[in-house]
Design a protein around this ligand. Structure first.
Ligand code: ZN
Ligand code: ZN
Length: 255
C-alpha cells in the first residue's frame, strides 16, 4: 500500500516538472529558436528558407519537375531504368535551411525535433503511409548508435507510427558492420561499400512476408543506402517498398 502510494506520488512531480518546463520554455521554431505557437513548428521567417518538395513530381522517384507535365508522367531516369522501390518521397530539398534542419536533428542531440519533422514527412508521404503495413527505419551500426546515442531514422519512424497508427519495427533491419562515409564515392563504390552490410533481423523475418514496407531515412542522396535496405527487404519477402525521407538531394550530380 505504502509502495503504491509512493509510486503514484513520484509520478506527480515528474508531470509537474514537465508542465512547469513547458510554461517556462515556450515552444521554439525548429530552425532558429524563435517563439512559436506550438512545439514542432517553424516561425514565419524560417518557412521560406526551406525548399518544400511539391507537385509536379515524378510519381515514382518523387523528383520535382521544373515545368508542368501531364499527370502520371515518369521522369527520364525512371523511364530509362525503373527503380526497384515502388515510390520515393521527401519533404524537403537537402540544401540551405533543409540541410541545417537535418544536421541539427542528426548531430546536435535535438531529438525533440522528431515529431515536428515527422509531421512534414507525413504530409509529403501521405499516400505511402496509407499503403504501408510496416514502418522500418534505415539501421545504424551499433558502434555509431553508441556514439550518437540515437538513430535519427528510428525516431522519425516511431513518430510516424504514432501519427498513423501503423507499426514501426526499429530492429527489423540490422547493419552488420560500420560503413565508411559514402560522400565522394561513385555509384559502384557506394554499392561495394554497402555490400552485405545490411540484413533483415532473422527473428523479425516472418513479419515481412507479403507486406508493404515504408522505409524511413533522414536524407536520400544517391539511394545507395536505401537500395541496400531494399534488396534485403525484398529478398526476405516484402512485396513492395516505398521510401520516405525528410530531405533529398535533388540533383546528386551537382552536390
Ligand atoms: Zn525560425
Ligand atoms: Zn522518377
Amino acid at each position: 500500500m505504502k509502495n503504491l502510494a509512493l509510486g503514484r506520488l513520484s509520478a506527480i512531480p515528474a508531470q509537474l516538472a514537465r508542465w512547469s518546463l513547458d510554461m517556462l520554455l515556450p515552444p521554439r521554431c525548429m530552425l532558429c529558436g524563435e517563439t512559436v505557437a506550438e512545439p514542432g513548428r517553424l516561425c514565419a521567417g524560417c518557412w521560406p528558407m526551406l525548399d518544400f518538395i511539391a507537385e509536379p513530381l515524378c510519381p515514382c522517384c518523387g523528383t520535382p519537375f521544373t515545368l508542368p507535365v501531364p499527370a502520371g508522367m515518369l521522369c527520364g531516369a525512371c523511364l530509362a531504368k525503373p527503380p526497384r522501390y515502388r515510390r520515393a518521397r521527401a519533404a524537403l530539398v537537402y540544401g540551405g535551411g533543409g540541410r541545417d534542419l537535418v544536421l541539427r536533428f542528426k548531430r546536435a542531440d535535438r531529438t525533440d525535433l522528431a515529431r515536428g519533422l515527422a509531421d512534414l514527412m507525413a504530409r509529403a508521404g501521405a499516400a505511402l503511409l496509407q499503403d504501408a503495413d510496416l514502418i522500418v527505419p534505415v539501421p545504424l551500426h551499433r558502434g555509431r548508435l553508441w556514439r550518437r546515442r540515437y538513430n535519427q531514422s528510428a525516431l522519425l519512424a516511431q513518430a510516424l507510427a504514432r501519427r498513423s497508427g501503423k507499426p514501426a519495427i526499429p530492429d527489423l533491419l540490422q547493419r552488420l558492420r560500420p560503413t565508411p562515409s559514402l560522400g565522394g564515392l561513385g555509384r559502384q563504390e557506394r554499392r561495394r561499400a554497402l555490400a552485405g552490410a545490411i540484413r533483415v533481423n532473422p527473428v523479425r523475418r516472418e513479419l515481412l512476408r507479403g507486406k508493404s514496407v515504408l522505409l524511413i531515412d533522414d536524407v536520400f542522396t544517391t539511394g545507395a543506402t536505401s537500395g541496400a535496405c531494399l534488396r534485403a527487404l525484398q529478398q526476405a519477402g516484402a512485396t513492395a517498398v516505398d521510401i520516405l525521407t525528410l530531405a533529398r538531394v535533388v540533383r546528386p550530380e551537382l552536390v
